[in-house]
Write a protein that binds this ligand. Structure first.
Ligand code: HEC
Length: 142
């Protein structure tokens, strides 16, 4: 029983756990109920704890696939304006050979004189999201 309480709340409440040896079931239930929020906050797992702390109001970066589907597909799934098709290994080989940084730069800044405009026209996309979209396209084109 001590173990249960102590486990639920780790070190900090160990002292309380020791003191709780003589408590009745009802008292123990009351304490467990009272400390539950603490236990949940601390122990719910890094994902939810960290996730809640890290989220800054719903503006989480979208995945490369999401960005591709909304901002890149129009050209890269049709070949519009001479865009290399996603999945066209031959069309991408020379581009991929330039290195990831060059492709990221093309994605963010565009390719001068071509239909590849900066960020594919997605001005609200962060650089990070464009990089993710480039990664997504490249990983499906080699
Ligand atoms: C309006 C059409 C259009 C849209 C939208 C578009 N692209 Fe492109 N993209 C092109 C064209 C055309 C090229 C070929 C440019 C060239 O001749 O090198 C290209 C080439 C690229 C290349 C290769 C550049 C290089 O250096 O070889 C990358 C990477 C790329 N696009 C990423 C993206 C990403 C990421 C998006 C979405 C955020 C996107 N594109 C949206 C037209 C588009």
């Amino acid at each position: 029983m001590i173990k249960r309480i102590a486990l639920g709340c780790a070190g900090m409440l160990l002292a309380l756990g020791v003191g709780a040896v003589e408590l009745s079931d009802k008292q123990r239930a009351t304490i467990e109920e009272r400390i539950k929020p603490v236990g949940e906050v601390c122990l719910q797992g890094d994902d939810s704890c960290g996730g809640a702390a890290a989220s800054t109001g719903g503006s989480a970066a979208r995945s490369g696939e999401d960005v591709y589907n909304s901002a890149c597909m129009a050209c890269h799934a049709t070949g519009a304006g001479g865009a290399p098709l996603m999945g066209d290994i031959a069309a991408w080989a020379d581009r991929i050979a330039k290195g990831k940084e060059a492709l990221y730069s093309s994605g963010v800044n565009g390719v001068a004189g071509t239909g590849m405009i900066a960020k594919g026209g997605c001005m609200r996309c962060s650089e990070q999201e464009i990089h993710a979209a480039v990664d997504f396209m490249v990983s499906h084109s080699q």
